[in-house]
Ligand binder design. Structure first.
Ligand code: TXA
Ligand code: MG
Length: 343
């Protein structure tokens, strides 16, 4: 803590070179990806990986995912890339998918938390790609939030979370998807979705050969908002929580619920079909974000949590999305943020 954190501009080549040099010398760099901002370090440097856990307050048994510039570089961190993984990289790299592969010999134990596997991802954001190319090393990066909190999806949130904790934060604007990548593990005959994301089960099914592995979703959340059998070490921890209490509404439009909480400052996210363009508007005594569809809901969710927290919301009631497309991932995050609390 107490680091002097450099502010860098992702559009400036000199700044990318500076960030790459920090990573190569063992420092921590926050960088944008198309999902959320990541807190990056050299994947092959045990000391650097350890400093990620300290900066985030992250439990030691939660492994880090390794980011590489191109799928062809997966072998720098993984022992092998089985045929099904190759198909998935061809279909979704670069993109919001993390594939769990057998761990390579050069990875320190700190990265994998002692597992014999490693999650590998090729991010699509141009700043992430430029940084990985310039650094010339694989980069481990968890989401750049303090453990348990929502992931940052823009520069201001990333800076707020990691100022004084990272050596640099790169500005790459707003993240396209707004929710963390799909994590998939390939076991014989089966592709297991350990965390749902923008790459859906349906998309995975289409990309894998017919007669290939069946798809199963493992991050099943029980009524209390906890994973029943955490398939991925990270899924057993509290996640994505703003300071306000989060409730999941039984309908798409929970505006009007403020009346149920007299004297409380209430936030609401409504899917009634119009968009407030990311603005938090005042409606019926509540702070309201209006989103047009699941994709906009996903993209703006964590930022809305952060803005509503900043404006003193004591509780946030979230409209119910459908499970279509990224809706499945959105619902997963809402279930966890609300710890199963419903209205
Ligand atoms: O979109 C993303 O994936 C972002 C950006 C920065 O790339 N990163 C991210 O990392 O969300 P993190 O550490 O916040 O979440 C990674 C998840 C955790 O739940 C972790 O437990 C799981 O992936 N994971 C990592 N390695 C794994 C492994 N070898 N086996 C099973 N789960 C793993
Ligand atoms: Mg995370």
């Amino acid at each position: 803590m107490g680091k002097r954190t450099e502010r860098l501009d992702g559009r400036d080549e000199g700044h990318i070179a500076r960030a790459a040099a920090i990573l190569r010398s063992g420092g921590l760099v926050v960088f944008p990806t198309e999902t959320v901002y990541g807190l990056g370090a050299n994947a092959l440097d045990a000391e650097a990986a350890r400093s990620i856990f300290a900066a985030k307050g992250r439990p030691q048994d939660n492994p880090l995912i390794a980011h590489v510039a191109r799928a062809a570089l997966a072998r720098t961190v993984a022992r092998e890339v089985p045929p099904a993984a190759k198909l998935l990289f061809e279909a979704f790299a670069p993109g919001p998918l993390t594939i769990v592969l057998p761990r390579g010999p050069k990875l320190p134990d700190e990265v994998t938390a002692g597992l014999d596997t490693v999650g590998v991802r090729v991010p699509a954001h141009p700043v992430a790609r430029a940084l990985l190319e310039a650094a010339g090393i694989p980069v481990v990066a968890p989401s750049a939030n303090v453990s348990g909190r929502p992931s940052p999806t823009n520069f201001a949130m990333a800076l707020e979370a990691m100022d004084g904790r990272a050596d640099a934060v790169i500005d790459g604007g707003e993240c396209e998807h707004g929710l963390e990548s799909t994590v998939v593990a390939l076991v014989p005959g089966e592709a297991r979705i350990l965390r749902p994301g923008a790459v859906t089960a349906e998309m995975l099914r289409r990309a894998l050969d017919s007669g290939g592995p069946s798809i199963s979703a493992l991050d099943v959340v029980d009524a209390s908002g906890h994973s029943e059998k955490p398939a991925s070490p990270g899924m057993k921890y509290a996640h994505y929580k703003p300071s306000a209490e989060v409730y999941l509404a039984g309908r798409a439009d929970p505006t009007g619920v403020a009346a149920l909480f007299p004297g409380k400052r209430v936030g609401a996210i409504s899917m009634r079909g119009e968009s407030s363009g990311g603005e938090i508007v005042a409606e019926g005594g509540a702070l309201v974000l209006l989103v047009a569809d699941e994709a906009e809901y996903a993209r703006r969710l964590y930022r809305a949590f952060s803005l509503m927290d900043a404006r003193g919301a004591e509780l946030i009631v979230c409209g119910m999305p459908s499970r279509a497309g990224i809706g499945e991932a959105l619902l997963n995050r809402l279930e966890k943020a609300s710890a199963g609390k419903r209205i």
